[in-house]
Design a binder for this molecule. Structure first.
Ligand code: TXD
Length: 319
């Protein structure tokens, strides 16, 4: 039986971590693509030399040629540039939009049957644009943010309750950014919703409000601490979980930026919602009933994503 093939477009901090995780879990053979010369081949060689020690047999290849992603089962996209001092949001949007065009063209030409997970920021706009440029079906292109955002929420909740992270579930909706919507009513410790835990005296509303706020600015907190670059271990781990759900047809229920066609009152937009990921990609968008407050916050988040999309359409007339 042929091994799965995982192509990583962008071999930077997240791309390299993805390659390490995919190889050490023996998810398949790994191709690291980047426009930087030498670097992807260097990372592939370094990781290959971890194989004999760790005992994994994945083949790893670094490349600057899209032809090498041919036949990929999963593609994870982190290509792009981060925002630098003096650069406006529109400058960043313009640059990464061009990157998505190049990546979309490469996928369309060489791996049109892949399941594509986009990580590049601004996430909800970039995944929408990547889908447009690649021409792949909407169920085969998804954005990673919700698994990470809810992992951050879970970590903070587990600390607050002094219980294992394994017993904490958390629910986050909306766009990836300051307007994301953590939903405490659907977040639990071993099935007990947070509002009940407040009633039980395990925590206070004020503490939960502070945790919600810390989750919303979770990415920024790490950017501030690192001083150079953004989070990469948890983002990579989160995307790998999505890839595994697809490759193993696990049908996991995960929050992801998925294409909405009327659900939650939203049409033709990628926004974070709970979905089922299985062998056909995004097999179902789960539409839950939201409280008026959560729906209101969700609408604010959707408006922020819409604004970004309008800016993208202004920058590229083919969209
Ligand atoms: O939750 C989420 N979605 C995120 C998103 C969480 C954390 C970080 N998030 C975003 O992921 C971040 O804002 C960036 O847009 C991406 C990738 O983050 P990473 O930390 O891996 O960035 P790097 O180290 O700068 O890597 C980007 C690589 C780098 O090696 C460039 O040479 C390459 O992208 N690059 C390209 N590769 C292929 N093709 C093109 N055109 C290209 N342009 C740059």
């Amino acid at each position: 039986m042929a091994r799965n093939k995982i192509a990583l477009i962008g071999a930077g901090m997240i791309g390299g971590t993805l390659a390490h995780l995919a190889a050490s879990k023996e998810m398949g053979d790994v191709v690291l693509f980047d426009i930087a010369e030498g670097m992807p081949a260097g990372k592939a060689l370094d990781l290959s030399q971890a194989g004999p020690v760790d005992g994994f047999d994945s083949n790893l290849k670094g490349t600057n040629d899209y032809a090498d992603i041919a036949g990929a089962d999963v593609i994870i996209v982190t290509a792009g540039v981060p925002r630098k001092p003096g650069m406006s949001r529109d400058d960043l949007l313009g640059i990464n939009l061009k990157v998505m065009k190049a990546v979309g063209d490469g996928i369309k030409a060489h791996a049109p049957d892949a399941f594509v997970i986009c990580i590049t920021n601004p996430l909800d706009a970039m995944v929408w644009a990547l889908r447009e440029f690649s021409g792949l079906p909407h169920n085969k292109v998804v954005g990673m943010a919700g698994v990470l955002d809810s992992a951050r929420f879970r970590h903070f909740l587990a600390e607050e309750f002094e219980v294992s992270v394994e017993d904490v579930t958390a629910f986050v909706l909306g766009g990836h950014g300051d307007t994301m919507v953590p939903v405490p009513a659907y977040s639990t410790v071993a099935g007990i919703p947070i509002p009940d835990l407040i009633k039980m005296g395990w925590t206070t509303q004020e503490n939960i409000d502070a945790i919600v706020q810390r989750t919303r600015s979770g990415g920024g907190e790490i950017v501030g601490l690192l001083g150079n670059g953004s989070a990469y271990y948890a983002p990579a781990t989160s995307a790998i979980m999505m890839a595994e759900s697809y490759l193993k047809d696990k049908r996991r229920v995960l929050p992801a930026a998925a294409h909405l066609t009327g659900q939650y009152g939203v049409d033709d937009l990628y926004v974070g919602v709970p979905v089922i990921i299985g062998k056909d990609g995004v097999e179902k968008v789960i539409e839950i009933e939201l409280s008026d407050e959560a729906q209101g916050n969700f609408n604010v988040s959707v408006d922020a994503v819409k604004e970004l999309l309008e800016a993208c359409k202004g920058l590229d007339s083919s969209l």
